[in-house]
Design a protein around this ligand. Structure first.
Ligand code: AMP
Ligand code: MG
Length: 333
């Protein structure tokens, strides 16, 4: 199968919406990462997503909607969920809710719950709204690869396996949504993502957050994380972490074919003089946004070891650390 990349203009969005209606899959941009979408009410179409990604059938998909009303058509919405929908949607928050009977089992991996989100991205919203159906879409990467934040990343992973990629440029947030399971009391955070957990707690109060890190570590046992081609290690965050990173960097200097790179905050670059660095921005939020992007860049530049600076816990720091744990397989230096 040929995979075409189409600029996300009116005409091409309409073309892709038609493909979704006909049961085809389409890769499209959202504000978080690129998604690989299919009609969420069509089991045969949804199956194509699992096949293209090599995604285990046990890993459920997130349903994307174009308006808040559409959420009520696929899920039972309780009071807490309604508040979160009103506050955060459209946005990078996914809610797990009891599912309605029209959602095929393949989409929810057999669970009686469904994950739903309304993306805050013009192209995604237009595509879903023109398709006229909710669109189930996981990230548009090969399973176990870092999530794609550009059309070219999708192409690198899925060329020959999907018919079309709508190119809407770089994803503004660059990392996945925060997921909260609203069927639990108190609601439980399943994934730290682009919306800060504290902001969610401000709206619904009590929230089971303690398990985020533990769950991430548990997830290491099941290979559903991200496997960069380059090995990745990261430093815990402390004042002299640059010394630890430099020592680690230099210790293998004489090994044949050793091509290391340090991911560091812009203001720390001076501490790694004479060594390869890639800049992660001026803040933890920028670090979060650039992480997947920089990993794919590092791979393309043939670096085989990424040594990433740690960040302080809390807020987006928690999200960044949970991604670094997954990416590194827990290798902290
Ligand atoms: P992805 O879209 O690739 O970021 O993956 C979607 C993630 O959403 C899955 O890996 C699950 O962690 C989560 N998810 C989706 N549906 C459910 C559900 N019904 N219950 C719990 N978690 C879900
Ligand atoms: Mg994913």
């Amino acid at each position: 199968m040929d995979t075409v990349i189409l600029e996300a203009n009116e005409e091409n969005i309409a073309k892709c919406a038609e493909m979704l209606k006909k049961g085809e899959v389409v890769a499209f941009p959202t504000e978080t990462v690129y998604g690989l979408g299919a009609n969420a009410l069509d089991a045969v179409a949804a199956a194509k997503i699992f096949k293209a990604k090599g995604r285990p059938a046990t890993n459920p998909l997130i349903i994307h909607v174009a308006d808040k009303q559409q959420i009520y058509s696929v899920a039972e919405v309780n009071e807490g969920a309604r508040k979160l929908i009103d506050t955060f949607m459209p946005g990078a928050l996914t809610l797990v809710l009891p599912k309605k009977g029209n959602v095929p089992d393949i989409v929810t991996a057999g669970y009686d719950t469904v994950a739903v989100r309304m993306p805050d991205h013009k192209v995604a919203l237009e595509l879903i709204s023109k398709a006229g159906v909710p669109v189930c879409a996981p990230s548009a990467n090969t399973s176990a690869r870092p999530s794609p934040t550009r059309a070219s990343h999708v192409y690198d992973d899925l060329k020959g396996k999907i018919p079309v990629i709508l190119d809407g440029g770089m994803c503004p947030l660059g990392l996945e949504s925060t997921i909260v399971d609203m069927t639990k009391t108190p609601p439980k955070v399943l994934r730290a993502g682009a919306v800060e957990i504290d902001e969610v707690a401000k709206v619904i109060g009590d929230l089971d957050t303690e398990k985020v890190m533990v769950d991430t570590l548990a997830a290491l046992k099941v290979p559903v994380g991200y496997v960069p081609k380059a090995e990745l290690v990261f430093s815990a965050f402390y004042d002299n972490m640059s010394d630890v990173i430099n020592k680690y960097y230099d210790s293998n200097k004489n090994v044949h074919g050793y091509r290391p790179v340090i991911f560091c905050m812009n203001f720390n670059a001076d501490k790694y003089k004479g060594r390869n660095v890639m800049l992660m921005g001026e803040s933890v939020a920028e670090y979060a946004k650039l992480l997947f992007e920089r990993i794919r860049e590092a791979e393309n530049l043939d670096y085989n070891l990424i040594i990433a600076e740690g960040v302080p816990m809390g807020g987006m720091g928690t999200t960044v650390l949970s991604r670094l744990i997954k990416l590194s397989g827990g290798k902290v230096i």
